[in-house]
Design a protein. Structure first.
Length: 349
């Protein structure tokens, strides 16, 4: 019965999330383009104007997947209601994703008719001011704070168990949402990069939750992973995920870590984004991750040997194509996922 319950309550919501994301992405491609929510893709031989903020489809698909679970166990698995996850937690995560995606969407729709200076390049998208982004992304933490989500006793790598008490929901949780959502937003600009790294991180969290018996962490991570995988093919030259995707991905990762009691594991797999944040910080966040496109379709680093992003590091190692940048950085993320599992096995987490 347990295997049947796991199949129904994990696989079915994931399938629904995948299908809903596919349908919603196809709708948003035309709708957002007609609405003028566009961004220029400069990595092609000829710059393309693509619909932006299509990552809203991932958020919608994830929320519908979570609601599918709630509907299923409420109406179809009534004898097993003792196995029902806390609905408050699921609704809180859904509200977190919705609120922070809205913040990202407000950033995405600030599009100008003429190009303006954004970071080190000109773009149709002006976006919000740097100080506004962390201030507004804290809104995404409010639902999790309201239900006192997570466990205040956390295991810090190389230190051990620490009881943070009220500091956890009031201070640590909102700071985590702010930092992670904004850090994920920093690394991008290449087809499949944000979705690829996000898929690897979500797969790692799903495997961790499944192996260590945390059903809510497994549910949220698998449903969101299914949505990201459905969206990934569209992110290969057809649409721009936008800040609505990156903010929501960051908030989703934090939610899974908190609900799944996987904070220490999450810190390790998030190291590439921490490094990206520090690299951007070294230049006051006025940085472009993009490279300089060559005639053969490869890219070279935009600042010479100076490295202000992990994408610059890759481009300084060798001339790479757009897809290779995404593959290499997704592989780096995979390496940190494997490192986190190794540390868990060795008792370091």
């Amino acid at each position: 019965m347990a295997a049947y319950h796991t199949f129904v309550t994990l696989i079915v919501p994931a399938i629904i999330a995948y299908a809903i994301t596919l349908i919603t992405t196809k709708f948003l491609m035309g709708y957002l383009a007609d609405a003028g929510v566009i961004e220029e893709d400069r990595n092609k031989a000829r710059p393309l104007k693509l619909p932006s903020s299509c990552g809203l489809a991932v958020v919608f698909g994830t929320i519908v997947g979570i609601l599918t679970y709630i509907f299923g166990v409420t109406f179809l698995l009534m004898p097993d209601k003792h196995m029902l996850l806390d609905v408050r937690n699921l609704f809180a995560v859904s509200m977190t994703l919705l609120l922070i995606a809205l913040v990202g969407f407000l950033d995405d729709i600030n599009v100008k008719s003429k190009m303006v200076n954004a970071t080190d390049i000109k773009s149709y998208k002006q976006g919000m001011k740097q100080w506004q982004k962390p201030l507004l992304t804290v809104i995404g933490a409010l639902p999790l704070i309201a239900i006192n989500a997570g466990v205040s006793t956390v295991r810090i790598p190389l230190i051990g168990l620490v009881n943070l008490g009220l500091w956890y929901p009031i201070v640590v949780l909102p700071l985590a949402i702010i930092f992670v959502s904004n850090a994920v937003n920093l690394l991008g600009g290449f087809d499949g990069l944000q979705t690829g790294m996000g898929a690897v991180a979500l797969a790692g969290l799903f495997a961790y939750s499944l192996l260590y018996g945390n059903h809510i962490g497994a549910l949220i991570s698998l449903v969101m992973l299914a949505s990201v995988l459905a969206f990934l093919p569209f992110n290969l030259g057809k649409v721009i995920p936008g800040d609505s995707f990156t903010y929501a991905l960051g908030a989703g990762l934090v939610s899974i870590m908190v609900m799944g009691n996987a904070e220490s594991f999450g810190v390790i797999i998030f190291i590439p984004w921490i490094v990206e944040f520090l690299l951007h910080l070294s230049r006051g966040f006025k940085v472009s991750d993009l490279g300089i496109r060559q005639k053969d379709g490869t890219f070279k680093a935009p600042y010479g040997k100076r490295i202000y992003s992990l994408t610059h590091l890759i481009m300084n190692m060798k001339r790479v194509t757009e897809r290779e940048v995404a593959i290499y950085l997704s592989s780096i993320e995979l390496a940190f996922v494997l490192l986190a599992f190794l540390m868990k096995v060795l008792g370091l987490l």
